[in-house]
Design a protein. Sequence first.
Lengths: 352, 306
Amino acid sequence: MNSRIFFNQFFMGLKLYVRRPAAMFWMMAFPVLMLLGLGTVFSGSGEPGFRLVWSQADGSDEPLLQALKELNVQVEIVRPEDADVRWKNGKLPVLLEKINDRYTLRVNSYLAAQGMPVVAMVQQSFLMVQARANGAVELQRIPLVMESPGGHHDGPYAAFLLPGLLGLNLLMMGVFSICMVDVDLRVKGIYKRLATTPLPRHIYLAAQMLVRLIVVIAAALILMLVGALVFGIYNQGSYLNLFVLILLGTACFASMGYLLASFAGTIEASNGIANLVFMPLMMLSGVYFSLDAAPLWLQKSADVLPLTPLLKSLRAVFNDGADLASQMPSIEIMLTWTVILFVFATRRFKWV
Amino acid sequence: MEHLAIEVKNLHKSFGTVQAVRGLNLQVQRGEVFGLLGPNGAGKTTSLEMLEGLVQPDSGEIHILGMDWRLHGTEIRNRIGVQFQSTQLDEKIKVREVLEMYSTYYAKTRPVWELLRLLQLDEKADAYQIKLSGGQRQRLALGLALVNDPELIFLDEPTTGLDPQARQSFWDLVRQLKSEGRTILITTHYMDEAEALCDRIGIMDHGQILQLGTPRELIASLHQPSYAELEFAQAAPDAAQFMQQTGLQVDVKPMHWMVAMQDPKHDLQQILTGVEALNLPMQQLHVRRASLEDVFLQRTGRSLRE
């Protein structure tokens, strides 16, 4: 009897979910668009490597150009007036200028993180040129390797982004698809109507949870498919490990959604609360970029938020093929959050 | 079989400092259509929600079909049907789907096709519920209350906001349910609805039932079988002099006077004489028999729609 109600409730819930265009867009299409958009924008203009724009007024400077080439820096030489226009456009991280035999390196303060490695290469090349001019022995260089933190996969920015979006989807499911929907159902009296029937509450809620889980798994599969087809990035770890992390994340953020919903009396309030939690978590947890450049206290605080450890583990599994044992510190933080949120959510949950 | 469908003894419920229900007593017979009338804030909805098992009373006893909510909740839910004033459903659920979904909740059910025919929703069976008209949506809400073939049905202001035709077809449905031997507890704002449908009526205010009886008994209890309404072209004049002269009580409204008459033959003559003597600018005179609305006004001091 109960299992019949459960499956009926589950299939009906899934049908209704799929019929909501807004929900489908945010859960299915939005992450894919983010991956395509940001993944393409930050993929650079061609092959990976270091690029330098060099503004030269008077003839070429063969020795420095040669030294830069030896370090695999791709140099683009432009005239000063063109360089000026491009610099003011704000898209150049670094501009090397040579005026009357004097070199200047201009670093775009907005893009310092991107520019600094190139600066280091230019300085090194310049030292080499001087050493050669003085007839010194050839200088030794420390080789430079580009790779992901786990050292497994030298993926592009999209490879950093994709696991981030997998995690972000779970947060969105919790705060939008659970918190706001829960408040909506309560305010409209749909829960109250159900409460006059013999439908067992735990059956209803369990079916709702299964619907959400199926949706986030479908969204994750679509995202990974697009990642593979468009950017050639593949899951380096086990799919079971990914599944376990998604399951844990779903439990954590679903509890968070129900708990937040219990504080909102109206649909407008639920919208506010959802965004109040969603925005900082999204910005602080390193979905789109790493927080390395942020003050240490902020990094430490972000590390104990529930989304940061989830993303860390998802990246470790997806990009570096890590096993879950190595992720225990992150998993412990998530488990702690899940238990706390679940306990408070169940205590505060109101049907009527 | 228990002969009372609903038995309520000394029911109390407070929300903070507000006493919503204070000592409600009620007995509804099986097969009866019982109407609960009262202005907003009279405690109707709270009372109904306690009877439906949605709200816990502070004190008092409730027996539904002879059973206690605290002991037989699931059994009661299986045997009652509930329609809220406005039943909201998921926008994108279809008529047939929602009836089928609710059917899975109950031990005993009526076939969905039979309900669709009864509700005259056959043609709308595969439409999204959001596409239904107001009357169709209320019929669907009633349908959800009927999927379990209930013995007792609660209807909370089921025809509020419906056009006259939709109300008529809803009334026909209620009459049919009564003819099938079901017990119905209905709350309403409409006096004609109460007169048309209810075997007995309870007038409720301040969390209590003030008066109880058949519509005929309630009207008779006024001892004022008819009313005269005097309409004026401008704002109604002061009535002190008129009352002194005629010895009749006048209820002064913005544009008219209401005069309750115990003996129309005598009182009407008095009224006309008074109007003539004081040269009042009366334009129209209506005489009508007393209605439930008058009973209600007299018992609660306010109009139902206030």
